[in-house]
Design a protein around this ligand. Sequence first.
Ligand code: APR
Ligand code: ZN
Length: 365
Amino acid sequence: MSFTSRAAVHYGHERTLDITEVQVEEPGPGNVLVRLGASGVCGSDRHVLDGEWPMPSPTVMGHEGAGTVEAIGEGVQDVVVGDHVVLSWFYPCRRCTNCLSGRAYVCTGSRSEECLLPDGNTPLSRDGTRVYPYLAVGSMSEYTVVPETAAVKIPSEVPFDVASLLGCSIATGVGAVVNDAMVAPGSSAVVIGAGGVGLSIIMGLKLAGAHPIIAVDLNEQKLNAAQRLGATHTVISGDDTQHQVAEITGGGADYAFEAIGRKEAIESLPSLLVRGGTAVLVGLPPAGQSINFDGLELAESGMRILGSNYGSTVPGRDFPRLAELYLAGKLPVDDLISDRISLDEVNEAFEAMRRGERARSVIMF
Ligand code: APR
Ligand code: ZN
């Protein structure tokens, strides 16, 4: 049995999405059917639309979603019908060495990057042709089917728009600070790029007690948002950035986060750090791009470079924690949402993102 769902579909070479109907299968063993409440519009979707990352197509885009469990497949134990869930854009296999070592975020058994369910199928089709859910989520659709390990129950008091962002930008940004960098209170930090991910890093830095917290962006509106979320200083990105960061921190920051995915910005991180400081690479550059650092400077200064993917999130552990922090008023996720839109407005949201506008657009279903 299958049924139709309105969805935003990407056909390989197009920069825009088609709002159209796809067929969704009933959930098979171990999978769950989710009715989406909200889906964020994330920079990673834009990378795919702009041809920076190879992906199978056609694809239902969206990987930052939350909704309600509508049906469960055979053997599902983690959730029941009616649960509110946050979707994870990788599903841990729970069997590989990394999963068994508690490092599910580098799971080697997952097929989420292939946009496939564990059995190698996709739950979506159109006119009899296979359609891929982006990162095995495909949240820009009224309905989707994901493995139960990618649907994490959270308290139903958390509104769906907020819950959707917990699944990518918040997990990525807060996780980069808390799980990867493990920033200690009183550490100084600079964040380059104040989009959805950069602003989430700033929220995480405030939560961790960092000071000062410096936001760097080209766009003044983004810097205002950064200030509301916890940045103590803002800098318009330009030739003078290094000097200003040195001035504010008294010689360089303890931590420098990149949250754009731009080669030049990543390569500038060492110049913003104090000796022995830590550069954290959160933004994702186009596939195949090399980043250059001065090897001698790196070694002599005792600098650390950390790659940070999805904030090293363990969904079942971290999503409920982030939800509780939100409910306790310690993560002002509402302030990250600049626009609530319909599915039909998704192409405009990507256009605004390309212009560097909007903190986070969220599609409401
Ligand atoms: N200097 C400073 N800021 C810049 C520059 C620059 N040269 N170029 C762009 N920016 C800013 C934009 O103004 C915007 O505020 O970077 C921000 C990027 O934000 P978004 O486009 O909203 O992207 P986001 O969803 O935050 O994702 C950022 O993280 O997870 C990854 O794949 C994701 O690589 C992407 C990155
Ligand atoms: Zn994302």
